[in-house]
Design a protein around this ligand. Structure first.
Ligand code: ARG
Length: 563
């Protein structure tokens, strides 16, 4: 029986008319552990029982069976339960050390599929910090999804189609060079694209040339197709370097182009259902019946070319048919909010009930030392440079703290990349935030390296002890360990909350708090002293390391054993 279940059982016995699920739902954590470990607020019973909440709380305490608890007290309108610390510590440590990385997992998802549209950078352009956010938030959500018993499908919806490729082909054919592209593909292609826009400002006819080449590409012109496919291949090579560094992989790279032969079907369906309307030569779906303020969805341009929306409609339908998802997530910046509202609106007008399972997982803007980034102007912060700088900053600190460490370079990469990822995930995802690398890679404060360092410290204590933990001797009764135990105990609920809110930050904040709690304990106790609780203390240290490592893993951050 978990602690919560014990509390629910005791309360249910004295509140026979209240539903057990309702009791469980109302349970909360008291503001501090001095007040108790689990609190039951009596407010909601006042009306039904015609009594003041304070009176209800004291009556419950008078009648409740206290056998399984250290004590049960009424504090104002709350019934506060103090768990039996020795028994709870024992059970918690035993569970964590036998389940290890499975601790905190549940089977809520029943292995049903959740598709996660993530990363999705645009071919021939550098991956931006915005795409980094989508990549790491998506990856962490995939891990959290799996921990909750679902089966995640990570889809990289590459931006490998659209009018920009017409512009690029025109630019390349008119003033580009094969050798130049080969030497530095994305940077060179970006340069052509930027030049195209500069020239088009003076000569509007360039835009028509670009459009014409895109039309050729859509119609399967061999020359256009060959160039496009070469740009795509070279770009993907560079993206893969970044994914490898972050340790992130995908289940599908079906980008926009993949839906080319699936769009006629969508357009036909829209026409059949009478949803397609002509407007100034273009074809649109009017969405005012769903929301009068919603801009119509553009399905076909006046020259017949399909659009981003059309491809997303085809993709959504394909994903439902292929994966029969229970949820379909799109991890995309907040600036595309309206696009996803429109996407869902069109699908529901088409009569697809699963349109409601589509969720736009929005996130805020990221700036770098106060600077915004824009690919259009070619003024961009390259992700590769950010990771390289993070690596160097981590290496410098490792050299200072642990000069004898053998695999410094490897650890510096895990700490540098981990720092960038952790920082991205620790704030609520819809917040905007600025990025200062020196702060992010620090070993102290609210950073990923701080959590990693705490875990390495726990590992080093275990190495020094030089012996395994005996799971039959886990008696711990000092108050100092209790804060850690009750934190560890919360992990399964934290995993559920992170999924319910689609928020990796729930895990990151939890990990920071656990690390802080452990460091406080470490500073105030002699863990390695030879006494009859040594084994139990080592079990505690080991359990903290298991949960810190697993929290970092859910975020997609490595946990080096030494740093
Ligand atoms: N390539 C797009 C961009 O960089 C993001 C695509 C997001 N996914 C989607 N299915 N629309 O803005």
């Amino acid at each position: 029986m978990t602690d919560k279940q014990a509390v629910v059982a005791a309360l249910a016995a004295v509140l026979p008319d209240v539903n057990r699920d309702e009791i469980e739902e109302k349970l909360e954590a008291p503001k501090s552990t001095d007040l108790g470990d689990i609190a039951f607020p009596a407010f909601f019973l006042a009306k039904a029982l015609h009594k003041a909440p304070q009176a209800i709380a004291s009556e419950i305490v008078e009648n409740i069976d206290q056998a399984n608890f250290e004590k049960v007290v009424a504090t104002g309108p709350y019934v506060n339960f103090f768990l039996d610390k020795v028994a709870t510590s024992k059970a918690t440590l035993h569970q964590i050390l036998t389940e290890e990385s499975d601790f905190g997992a549940n089977e809520d998802g029943q292995m049903r599929n959740v598709t996660i549209d993530m990363s999705s950078p645009n071919i021939a352009k550098p991956m931006s910090m915005g795409h980094l956010r989508s990549t790491v938030i998506g990856n962490s959500l995939a891990n959290i999804t799996a921990k909750n018993g679902y089966h995640p499908v990570k889809i990289n919806h590459l931006g490998d189609w659209g009018t920009q490729f017409g512009k690029l082909i025109y630019a390349y054919k008119t003033w580009g060079s094969e050798d130049e592209v080969k030497a530095d593909p994305i940077a060179t292609l970006l340069k052509y694209y930027v030049e195209f826009h500069e020239k088009a400002k003076e000569d509007e006819s360039l835009n028509d040339e670009g459009r014409a080449w895109f039309k050729k590409l859509e119609d399967g012109d061999p020359e256009a197709h060959e160039l496009w496919s070469w740009f795509r291949k070279e770009s993907l090579k560079e993206f893969t370097e970044i994914y490898d560094r972050l340790g992130i992989d995908f289940d599908s790279f079906n980008g926009e182009a993949f839906y080319n032969d699936k769009m006629d079907g969508v357009v036909d369906q829209l026409a059949q259902k009478g949803l397609l309307v002509k407007s100034q030569g273009a074809e649109i779906v009017d969405l005012s019946s769903i929301d009068e303020n919603l801009t119509p969805a553009m399905i076909k341009r006046s020259d017949g070319a399909t659009l981003y929306m059309t491809r997303d409609l085809a993709a959504a339908i394909y994903r439902k048919e292929t994966y029969d998802f229970v949820k379909s997530l799109y991890v995309v910046g907040g600036e595309q909010r309206e696009h996803f509202v429109q996407l869902k609106a069109v699908l529901s007008l088409m009569g697809e009930p699963w349109a409601d399972d589509i969720e736009h997982i929005s996130f805020g803007l990221i700036t770098f030392n106060g600077k915004k980034m824009s690919t259009r102007k070619g003024d961009v912060v390259l992700l590769k440079d950010v990771l390289d700088d993070a690596h160097e900053l981590a290496l410098a600190q490792i050299k200072e703290k642990n000069p004898d460490l053998a695999n410094k370079e490897e650890v510096a990469e895990e700490v540098g990349a981990g720092a960038v990822v952790f920082h991205d995930l620790m704030n609520d995802r819809t917040n905007n935030f600025d990025f200062n690398l020196e702060e992010v890679v620090r070993f102290e404060g609210d950073t990923g390296p701080y959590v990693q360092y705490t875990n390495a410290r726990a590992q080093s204590i275990l190495r020094k002890a030089g012996k395994g933990v005996n799971l039959d001797d886990l008696n711990l009764d000092d108050a100092a360990t209790w804060e850690i135990i009750s934190n560890l105990n919360n992990f399964p609920e934290v995993v559920r909350r992170a999924w319910a809110k689609r928020e990796p930050s729930v895990i990151a904040k939890y990990a920071l708090n656990l690390a802080r709690t452990f460091n406080k304990y470490y500073a105030n106790s002699k863990i390695l002293t030879e006494d009859d609780q040594l084994n139990a203390r080592l079990a505690l240290v080991s359990a903290v390391s298991v949960v810190l490592t697993e929290s970092l893993a859910l975020l997609g951050v490595k946990a080096p054993a030494e740093m």
